[in-house]
Design a protein around this ligand. Structure first.
Ligand SMILES: C[S@@+](CC[C@H](N)C(=O)[O-])C[C@H]1O[C@@H](n2cnc3c(N)ncnc32)[C@H](O)[C@@H]1O
Length: 316
């Protein structure tokens, strides 16, 4: 059993090495995703880390539906993920508020689950934002709705349905966000943001799902011209699976384990490819960031795109 596992790991490692191939070409594309030199980025700001003790308990995942008894540590990790997302997204929200002056900034959280992130943003900026939560599971939508009602927030609404139904409603918004948008949901969000010229701050997960044949027929990979020049679909599929590389079950100190380094490298390729493709579809400046600390989640990439209209204002 152990030998079979080792052989499988070795096969995957070889597959991955072959897939990455010309490291130099891949690395230079990844370098394009650094934030250096882009003066327009609102920087991550740790002062945005919520002080849970002083916020209503309904905003805190540790007091909401994430029971510590069921999965120890889950609520604490969700707290850390929210803290990291808030540090990344709140400076964007504030700059957009400045841009829109008297009008509310329209924010959509996709795949919102029970709305941890969207409701937090709506609460922190009650006077100047309008937040829509898009989620297809009725059950989690009901929990989100209950939380909104108990917090008496009038600037959040729940759209209970698939992102494609939401897209057909032709709503316009300024900023799209997600926390752990699985598989092609991230691609659907990116395409929708591009079509309405909205900026985005997304944290993807479940990369391997994108390499299923039904998903490859929806989104051809690589998505960008630049990555298509250095790898074909078969190699890119190995990268997608590599991004879900097992990091060791139950080990939350994974951030310095070699398998995590491999997975992170693959995640960066997939998300850089996504960003380069949105730059092509519409006029964006893009970069990749991470949730900090990295061990709040093995899926810790933050994919950022600023639509050019905002770049001009943010450059002032
Ligand atoms: C991994 S969960 C993350 C939930 C939440 N953002 C959080 O961090 O707790 C992904 C969520 O996306 C929702 N989802 C997946 N695909 C979707 C789609 N096409 N349209 C709307 N929601 C979707 C799922 O139902 C699920 O609740």
């Amino acid at each position: 059993m152990h030998r079979r596992h080792a052989a499988r790991q070795e096969r995957r490692r070889k597959q991955l090495e072959e897939a990455v191939g010309d490291l130099h070409a891949v690395q230079s594309l990844l370098d394009l995703q650094n934030e250096d030199g882009a003066s327009c980025w609102p920087t991550s700001d740790a002062s945005w880390v919520p002080d849970w003790e002083s916020l209503p308990s309904n905003l805190d995942p540790a007091c909401a539906e994430l029971s510590e008894d069921e999965k120890p540590g889950r609520a604490q990790r969700k707290r850390k993920q929210l803290e990291a997302m808030a540090a990344s997204i709140m400076p964007f929200v504030d700059r957009l508020i400045e841009e829109r002056q008297q009008q509310r900034v329209r924010i959509v959280e996709f795949g919102s689950g029970t709305g941890h992130l969207g409701i937090l943003i709506a609460y922190l900026r009650r006077e100047s934002t309008h937040v829509t939560l898009v989620e297809r599971k009725d059950y989690t939508c009901r929990i989100a709705q209950d939380r909104i009602s108990s917090l008496k927030l009038d600037n959040v609404q729940v759209f209970c349905g698939d992102i494609e139904d939401y897209a057909s409603s032709r709503q316009v918004f300024d900023l799209g966000t997600s926390l752990h948008s699985c598989g092609v949901l991230t691609d659907l969000i990116l395409d929708l943001c591009c079509s309405v010229h909205a900026s985005y701050v997304l944290c993807p997960c479940c990369y391997g799902q994108c390499s299923r044949s039904e998903n490859l027929s929806r989104f051809q990979r690589p998505r960008s011209k630049q990555f298509a020049e250095v790898m074909n679909e078969e190699r890119f599929s190995s990268i997608l699976s590599g991004a879900d590389y097992a990091i060791g079950q139950g080990d939350w100190n994974f951030d310095d384990c070699p398998n995590f380094a491999k997975a992170k490298f693959c995640m960066r390729i997939v998300d850089a490819d996504r960003n380069l493709s949105s730059e092509r579809m519409s006029c964006y400046r893009t970069c990749l960031r991470s949730l900090n600390p990295l061990n709040c989640s093995p899926k810790n990439n933050v994919v950022v795109g600023l639509h050019s209209a905002s770049c001009m204002v943010l450059n002032r």
